[in-house]
Ligand binder design. Structure first.
Ligand SMILES: NC(=O)c1ccc[n+]([C@@H]2O[C@H](COP(=O)([O-])OP(=O)(O)OC[C@H]3O[C@@H](n4cnc5c(N)ncnc54)[C@H](O)[C@@H]3O)[C@@H](O)[C@H]2O)c1
Ligand SMILES: O=C(O)[C@H](O)COP(=O)(O)O
Length: 636
């Protein structure tokens, strides 16, 4: 509801430095969405903020002592985290990239061309935590645990974690998301290597290769002891029919095996195309002679092979695991081996790596082991290194990453089409929140997108993220980006609902207008309240730039650049001149002006775009003009 006391001038807290006038820039990069306020007036600043003890997700004022892009836009005037956006050309300092496990030389070359690369292997958790606050990116394999403590210790500096491989179970994704840190992986480069290793273990296990090798090297000649079993004609159950699983299936078919698979999410036609039947979990484990594991380690798959499930297997089954040790309850497997339910196992991965030296499982005579070598071929490692280096450099440069694990994937063509609307979305969020009295207590925001396109043909995730950023950043110390927008909104109890309305306009443009409504709050500016009692503002993209087109029930038309003064006045001649004169006397340059009224000679709203923030004296004089009933100064 509008407060009746809102007829007084509203002063926002002053900027700590004067903004440099700039034309709005289109956010040309993902990092713009990830790490900076988009298309706002930007000035290059050297920031040497003292470290702040931020207990939670990336604060805007996090400690950075390098060049940052500071956006002088929020009422709280806090500095944005360091940024290497392409928008302003190459960064003045090189980002620091920590590589904590061995990475192929070609990948390191890609990294060195872009940043300062530090290869520090075998860091303890404490060492990693103390190093990470000076790093912009971290590249790991499966041996480094990227825990919540690592993100906390990074103090907001870590922008991207690159996993040089597939499995991201060693990265705390929830924490990464909360801290707005992008996680990328290299999902395809080691697929064939892992599949080949699975087949190698399958054959080696069936023919006792490792045991026979050890025996002959120990001076024995045990031809009868190491009689094997044949693969041809046997049933192989592939558990997890993804990239590696399907390559294993293809190869096993070539060996003459009957292949079935279990994967709750795999499309049946892909399996059928390889001549593989998708079956239930129980059917797979109950009928297979060999079981090969290829699912990820998740809460749902953790120890999914346990006493109960081993009991359902065909006696004498043989198991290969090149996925993750954690999917097997290792104590249960030892029991199943001892009882003969499982005749043999071949394991490349373990719950704890390396496994304890005295592990009964590793030492079991019917078990063949390798030290997590699935991805370790020269070819795969060369490809993985290049793939992850390019992904990390791309993310630091602000390019879209095709392998982001914790951010919505927006195809480049959609991104380029949405760019001006992304800028509009953030500005509308930023304006709407500044109309709220007290600036806080917002619980419910509705966003209405009007578009000529079918609602299903409109991906609004980026826009929602930027509206969230626009609303939250001015009123809190949270740093919001594409990765953590939904999380941050939820954490703050802010419900953002979206409505898409199909309108009769040109489908050439993805969006006709965006309206932001904030309900159940009081407003500093009574005229910002629409007929339904919500603060409501609407904007459009015109000539490629964001425009404000309505405030409450008043139509205006002002380009969203610089700052904005909204006045409600009696609709009478001379108002523009009076306000313009005051601003001119105080050396404030007016960039745009628009007047909208509901009824002639009654009430009108004047929207004035200004390059500089008027001083208190100028704002006081505007407030003293008798016909001005209320006004508000807003920073974009
Ligand atoms: N040993 C190694 O060096 C090595 C190398 C590469 C991959 N891997 C591991 O192999 C696994 C598979 O890798 P990928 O590249 O094929 O991944 P992927 O994502 O392409 O395939 C995983 C498949 O598992 C399926 N799945 C998920 N939950 C399941 C469940 N409860 N039951 C059955 N299937 C389920 C998914 O639908 C998906 O199809 C991962 O754990 C990865 O980390 C290990
Ligand atoms: O998930 C993976 O990509 C594999 O397990 C490979 O892990 P590595 O990079 O530690 O060899």
């Amino acid at each position: 509801m509008a407060s009746s006391s809102s007829l007084k001038p509203i002063f926002s807290s002053p900027l700590t430095s004067s903004p440099t006038p700039h034309s709005p820039k289109k956010p040309s990069s993902l990092l713009s969405f990830l790490h900076s306020t988009t298309s706002t007036p930007i000035s290059l600043k050297l920031s040497s903020n003292p470290p702040r003890n931020n207990s939670h997700p990336r604060s805007k004022s996090s400690a950075v002592t390098n060049v940052v892009l500071k956006t002088d836009t929020s009422p709280e005037t806090t500095s944005a985290p360091s940024n290497y956006s392409q928008d302003l050309g190459p960064p003045l300092t090189k980002p620091t990239i920590l590589v904590s496990e061995k990475l192929g030389e070609k990948g390191l070359e890609v990294l060195r061309e872009f940043g300062h690369v530090e290869c520090l292997y075998d860091l303890s958790p404490d060492q990693l935590c103390s190093k990470i606050s000076s790093c912009d990116a971290l590249i790991v394999r499966s041996g480094t645990k990227v825990t919540r403590q690592v993100f906390e210790a990074s103090n907001g500096r870590l922008k991207v974690v690159g996993r040089a491989g597939v499995g991201i179970d060693n990265v705390d994704l929830q924490a990464a998301t909360e801290f707005g840190c992008l996680v990328v992986n290299a999902p395809t480069a080691n697929t064939v290597a892992a599949a080949e290793h699975g087949i190698a273990l399958l054959a080696a296990m069936a023919r006792n290769v490792a045991q026979a090798d050890a025996s002959i090297k120990a001076g024995k000649w045990q031809r009868n002891k190491y009689v094997g079993v044949s693969l041809v004609g046997k049933t192989l159950a592939v558990m997890g029919f993804g990239k590696v699983g399907s390559e294993v299936a293809r190869r096993a078919k070539g060996l003459g095996m009957n292949v079935i698979a279990h994967d709750p999410y795999a499309p049946a036609d892909r399996a059928r195309a390889l001549g593989v039947d998708l079956v239930s979990f129980d059917q797979a484990i109950g009928t297979a002679d060999f079981i090969s594991l290829h699912m990820p380690l998740t809460p749902a798959t953790s120890k999914v092979f346990n006493d109960e499930t081993f009991a359902k297997m065909k006696k004498g089954v043989r198991i290969v695991n090149v996925a993750r040790g954690g999917v097997i309850d290792e104590d249960a497997l030892v029991k199943a081996l001892d009882s003969g339910i499982v005749a043999q196992a071949a394991l490349d991965v373990f719950t704890k790596e390396p496994p304890p030296k005295d592990s009964r499982l590793v030492q079991h005579e019917n078990v063949t082991v390798t030290p997590h070598l699935g991805a370790s071929t020269k070819e795969a490692q060369a490809c993985v290194a290049i793939e992850i280096a390019e992904a990390v450099v791309g993310a630091l440069k602000g390019e879209l990453s095709a392998t982001a694990v914790n951010a919505p994937m927006v195809p480049p063509e959609v991104l380029s089409e949405l760019s001006p609307y992304v800028a509009l979305a953030e500005k509308l969020g930023r304006l709407a929140v500044q109309l709220v009295a007290g600036g806080s207590g917002i619980k419910s925001v509705k966003v209405v997108y009007k578009s000529a396109r079918d609602p299903d043909d409109l991906d609004t995730r980026l826009l929602r993220a930027m509206i969230t950023k626009g609303i939250i950043e001015p009123i809190s110390s949270s740093f919001v980006n594409l990765v953590n927008a939904d999380f941050t909104a939820k954490e703050k109890g802010l419900r953002i609902s979206e409505e898409r309305i199909v309108v009769d306009s040109s489908p050439e443009f993805p969006i006709d207008s965006i309206q932001v409504q904030i309900s159940n709050v009081e407003s500093k500016f009574a005229s910002g309240i629409s007929d339904n009692g919500d603060i409501s503002i609407e904007g459009k993209v015109k000539y490629g730039t964001p425009h404000l087109t309505s405030v409450g029930s008043f139509a205006v038309d002002v380009s969203l650049e610089g700052n904005l003064i909204l006045c409600r006045q009696v609709d009478q001649p001379g108002m523009i001149g009076q306000v313009g004169n005051i601003l001119g006397e105080h050396n404030v340059n007016v960039s745009f002006m628009s007047v909208g009224r509901t009824v002639r000679r009654k009430k009108a709203i004047m929207a004035i775009g200004v390059d500089e923030k008027p001083d208190k004296e100028a704002l006081k004089k505007i407030g003293e003009i008798p016909a001005i009933e209320e006004f508000v100064f807003l920073k974009l």
